[in-house]
Design a protein around this ligand. Sequence first.
Ligand code: ADP
Ligand code: MG
Length: 729
Amino acid sequence: MSTLRFRLLDEAFGKKAVQVESPVKRVSEYFGQNVFSYEKMKDYLSKTTFKTLSAAVKSGAPLSHDIAEEVAQGMKQWAIEMGATHYTHWFQPLTGGTAEKHDAFAEFNSEKQVIEEFSGKLLVQQEPDASSFPSGGIRNTFEARGYTAWDPASPAFVVGDTLCIPTIFISYTGEALDYKAPLLKALSAVDKNAVKVCKLFDESVTKVFSYLGWEQEYFLVDGALWAGRPDLVLTGRTLMGHDSAKNQQLEDHYFGHIPSRVLAFMTELEIEAHKLGIPVKTRHNEVAPNQFELAPIYEETNLAVDHNLLVMSVMRRVARKHGFRVVLHEKPFKGINGSGKHCNWSLGTDTGVNLLAPGKDAVSNLQFVTFVANVLKAVYKHNALLKASISSATNAHRLGANEAPPAIISVFLGSQISAVLDKVAASKTDDAIAIDKKAGLKLGVGQIPELFIDNTDRNRTSPFAFTGNRFEFRAVGSSENCGAAMTALNAAVAHQLDEFLKEVEGLIAKGAAKEKAIFEVVKKYIKESAPIRFDGNGYSDEWKAEAQKRGLDCETSVPIIFDSYLSKDSVKMFAETDVFNEKELHSRCEVKWETYVKKIQIESRVLGDLAMNHIVPVATEYQSRLLDNVSKVAALFSEELSTAMSSQNRLIIERIANHTNEITLGVANMINERKVANKIESEREKALAYHDNIVPRMDAIRYHIDKLELIVDNEMWPLPKYRELLFVR
Ligand code: ADP
Ligand code: MG
């Protein structure tokens, strides 16, 4: 008898919404109160230090020892006033989450008295050792040390009693061991090259920012029911579970009324996020039952990535307080939608121009078309790499699953922008570009109409879509650090812009007028990148065939997809933008393969244990009851009568035997396959073995377990069912 499941259900159903203490103040009064923002720095730093710091952040120049010392003192004072007793370098190792090692401010002075101590040296750099993080061979635990170094562009903040200082994490020899270091390099590359391109249009541009607005999807599961699912606890997803009779068919959850327990969670989450300066704005129910979304106002990409990581940890904390567990896995439940993290991305100048929004005059429209053409070319050339940047063991369940983008990267532009680009590509440069001494530049392709930024022209099946004033990279997974995708995208675009500049300069050197040279190269890019453009249904089989013909990357095996980091084009692009050297790329792939193996290995073990310790015993127990019934019937009635009376039970007994045999055999085979795979030296080959030989076996075992769930007495079933996990709130 499954008393545990019913106890958990009782507990879950009994929960009420937690009363959230509403801050009487308005959001503008507490927004950023836990952040050492520029505003606050003014109160804690001298005028000159503040000026030097903000100038250094803008230019990326290193800070002198004296300045760091004063910033450290100001930061310490503020943090102590905020109630902090500890500080930590907060960094983003390749495990995907964030890491922190707390140190108390306490230190002995010369008189052996304890004082609060924090220095510029401690602010700027630390050596957390942290030798157990994956490094892909860059550091062996016994040699090179890992260092964290302060990122002054992302402000420090207080969580609980701890001052958190955003940092990069690098090896003694300077190689990146994290997601932030390469991201900062990619952002700096795109800034540098985009400024040069902007200067063709407007000399006054001195900085280009990359912007990111993420949309975080997630599931909430009642904490008691979650605890009754070892697979959710240990792997973040359910490894078994038959479809609930009611799922998302009625589409009644999407944008529906937010249940009160969930609303209380969201309210507190927003308050906490706002205190940390994270501008969260939008909340709503998503398509699947118990699935929700949270989106902020977009920010500069480095800060946006930090804020996303921070939000994910705040979500976990607040959810527990409200008796929920937040599930960030890309595909926690089979048969219903998974979760993604759409990354809305754009480039903007320090003169306030969004380079991905059409302008009002010919010059700004030529600039807009230039940037769009470069993005198209970059995404086309590096489509395989972009896919690699979002691929993982967990996201593999979602991509290509008829709810999320397919595992092929293409760009949706929409009819308006497509028409403009096609017209540019088809026009003769001399007809299209006229430089009138008085009126200035005339663009014969006509004005770009004010875009309708609405939902009518949106294609939900596209992994990379133009949405009026930005591109939306939709293939990113909900649990991932979006820094990986942003690094690949910004670096690829940076590299492309450099190539563009060289080609334009080449034409100018041959005597072409500037605007005509730009137009020529843009035209060429539009034609060359045509294969990446696709506005149709990305879910269809026709598209898969068509994409193959167009030469787009159609690989679906995640371990093979990772190879794209090491392709000739990727290595060259990353080296020339100074984002990754080849050694770093190799080590990153090693980590990716290793992580892939470990994730599947854990899932496979959990599945084996649950199958043998939870499912087979319960099914056998139920089968015994039926057998008992059949033999008792046989003892009481004539053979003819008892055979007729027991026919259904006999059938079920046979079916149970069949499924439990298949499960037992399947688990034994899976364990053998694991043993074979574990002996493989190369991480890549091992990952391939896990992908090819273990994942399919897990699917087969699950099939039989899910069949048993439909047969076995509901009272006996040991694990909370989908209908309970997804509908209790
Ligand atoms: P939807 O679900 O309709 O795509 P949301 O409002 O949920 O839109 O999220 C859109 C995200 O895109 C928000 O984070 C928003 O701030 C962001 N965004 C809007 N304009 C830009 C832009 N120019 N660059 C980057 N992000 C943007
Ligand atoms: Mg949205």
